[in-house]
Design a binder for this molecule. Structure first.
Ligand code: BJW
Ligand code: ZN
Length: 308
């Protein structure tokens, strides 16, 4: 039987050397963002992932996919990190911990990294919404880069785009990626159908420089795609993550159904290597099968309590 004792959990955490956090949609549920499956109004109960989360779907209907991602992007921009994001932020990011909670009672393992499957950027944005004296703006560049390094967004980020021609990557929190997308706000059909309001020509385009050999010759203008990982695509950092899992001695699995691979296999991999697995979930997820510690309940309540 897995333990639900916070004190034993904290002891295990402080003894561990290489701690990893693997989070999923349940981490952002407390921020009002819908999860993907098995819940009322979950994303895939309203939208068929084959039609909205594959490269084939993007090629078949780029306007439809941009409509879908633009609206989610607008919704995520309005969302705020919740207490679970802050609890993990305090645990994983030493500069934040040092600035906002110098008396934090938990001593830290030597290495903690957070791998999130979420594309909402809330784990990164937790830094921006800290009190100004702890804000990343006031930190040295080496400190802020350490924060970004500590978080791996393994399924990408809705605020990042990639040009399908020159592969230029860009992060932007601008509400409108293309002025034409503003028209989509006016449409409120729950189906999110675009009904020919805009055309492919009006979708977000690459403003990056285009190159011919070593000569820069102007703007590329290629079609942008959201830099998220769709079904059938390999998460770019999966090799690095697999290596991290092989030396992980404690894995915190937060708010994921543990259905989607490769993330679904990580807890079993850590267990096989003799590591400890702690699961934080609203219910008995598939990940609970591997749990040494199990904290059932909303993680925006259980995490701050257990990591106090
Ligand atoms: C709370 C809570 C609260 C709620 N507190 N908890 C057959 C055919 C084709 C492909 C496959 C196949 N079988 C397997 C595959 C592979 C496929 C896959 O796994 N499919 C499964 C569905 C079967 N995987 C892939 O294709 C991946 N690539 C791949 O495998 O490449 C090959 C390879 C890789 C590496 C090594 C070797 C080979 C790519 C997967 C890409 C996933 N993309 C998405 C969409 C992102 C873009 C977008 O959002 O539009 O990523 S799908 C979606 O699922 C999203 C999520 O990150 C991901 C995981 O979902 P998550 O986070 O677990 O959410 P939920 O909703 O499932 O669960 C929420 C949980 O929270 C629940 O447990 C709740 O109880 C809990 N909860 N509130 C705590 N308050
Ligand atoms: Zn380009």
């Amino acid at each position: 039987m897995p333990s639900s004792d916070p004190e034993s959990f904290r002891t295990a955490l402080t003894r561990a050397k290489n701690v990893l956090i693997l989070s999923g949609a349940g981490l952002s549920a407390g921020s009002g963002i819908a999860t993907y499956r098995n819940a009322e109004n979950s994303l895939w109960s309203n939208f068929d992932p084959k039609k909205y989360a594959t490269l084939e779907a993007f090629k078949d209907d780029p306007v439809g996919l941009w409509t879908f991602y633009h609206r989610r992007r607008s919704e995520y921009l309005l969302a705020k990190p919740n207490p679970a994001h802050y609890a993990l932020g305090l645990l994983a990011h030493p500069p934040v911990l040092a600035r906002i909670a110098p008396c934090h009672s938990l001593s830290r393992p030597s290495s903690i990294r957070h791998i999130t499957q979420n594309i909402d950027a809330l784990a990164l944005r937790v830094i921006e919404s800290l009190p100004s004296d702890a804000n990343v703006v006031n930190m040295s560049s080496s400190q802020s880069s350490r924060i970004e390094e500590a978080i791996i967004e393994m399924h990408g980020d809705i605020f990042v785009t990639r040009c399908i021609s020159c592969q230029h990557i860009n992060r932007s929190y601008e509400p409108q990626l293309a002025s034409t997308l503003a028209h989509l706000e006016l449409q409120s059909q729950p189906s999110m159908k675009h009904d020919g309001i805009i055309t492919v020509d009006q979708l977000p385009k690459c403003g990056g420089d285009a190159w011919a050999g070593s000569n820069r010759y102007g703007r590329c203008g290629g079609l942008l795609r959201p830099e998220v990982v769709w079904f059938g695509e390999v998460p770019p950092q999966s090799g690095e993550i697999a290596r991290m899992m092989s030396t992980c001695d404690m894995l915190l699995v937060v708010g994921t159904s543990s259905i989607v691979r490769p993330a679904a296999d990580y807890a079993a991999q850590v267990k096989k290597n003799g590591g400890i697995v702690a699961v934080f979930n609203l219910g008995y997820s598939k990940g609970a099968e591997e749990a040494d510690f199990l904290f059932i309940g909303p993680c925006e309540e259980t995490l701050p309590e257990v990591l106090q």
